[in-house]
Design a protein around this ligand. Structure first.
Ligand code: 1GP
Length: 242
């Protein structure tokens, strides 16, 4: 039932390119696909906080038709489901106390996911302070965490609930990416797959985040303006081992 290709341990760092269907025109997507394929990008993540269903479906279909890179849904709501995707991060916003994002949207989506036979990756979604209020913080009406002990405890709770991945999220376009100290602290306590995203804009940052213990980094915002920076980020971490 779980999506093994994503969950299984690898000693090679992985890169996910996040595509926000709101902002992804076909020419931009074509350029991004070309660079991603040339540089060994592992995943496309598709989703966003304010996406309309048609844009979401169009983007998933376009990527599946035009690229061999696997597509994982990174849903902003229960409407963001599509049977053509390879899998879906089944997120619970454990850093917040808004029941709608802890379990409400998940219940709303579960039967459709089941009917589509879509494979899920149960994921503890943890918002950490990225130096400004992210869209996710606003939309979900929750706070991002700042305290490392609280972040560790939240990640541990997710793992104890059976979650297979932990996503430390500084927020799209964050001023400050998740720090190496926080990543190291979570890595020390948890063995679930560690995904880190938000505010990663260059190869140096990517390197530090992988060296601190992240297994998958997510790059979104910076590629909307500068798709070519993806090649530099991939090159910076390609020879690293975990
Ligand atoms: C946001 O973690 C992702 O959900 C990626 O963040 O857009 O800042 O790269 P950026």
């Amino acid at each position: 039932m779980y999506y093994e290709p994503f969950i299984q341990k690898s000693n090679k760092p992985q890169i996910a390119v996040l595509i926000d269907p709101d902002k992804a025109g076909e020419n931009h997507l074509k350029e991004l696909i070309g660079i991603a394929e040339q540089n060994g990008v592992d995943w496309f993540f598709v989703g966003g906080s304010t996406v309309i269903k048609e844009d979401f479906d169009r983007t998933v279909t376009f990527l599946k038709k035009n690229s061999s890179i696997r597509v994982i849904i990174f849903p902003g709501s229960s409407m963001q489901i599509n049977e053509h995707a390879d899998a879906m991060l089944f997120l619970s916003l454990l850093s917040g106390r808004n029941s709608e994002y802890l379990i409400g949207q998940q219940v709303a989506a579960a039967k459709s996911i089941y009917d589509m036979n879509l494979t899920v990756i149960p994921t503890a979604y943890i918002l950490v302070n990225g130096g400004k209020a992210s869209t996710t913080v606003k939309v979900t009406n929750t706070n991002a965490l700042t305290n490392t002990d609280e972040i560790i405890a939240t990640a541990l709770a997710g793992e104890m609930l059976g979650m297979k991945a932990i996503y430390l999220e500084a927020g799209s376009g964050a001023n400050q990416a998740v720090t190496a100290d926080m990543i190291q602290a979570v890595r020390k306590h948890c063995s679930a797959k560690l995904i880190v995203g938000g505010g990663i804009r260059n190869g140096e940052q990517a390197k530090k985040i992988i060296a601190a213990g992240a297994e998958t980094i997510v790059i979104g915002n910076v590629l909307e303006e500068e798709p070519k920076i993806l090649a530099q980020i991939c090159e910076a971490i390609n020879n690293m081992t975990i």
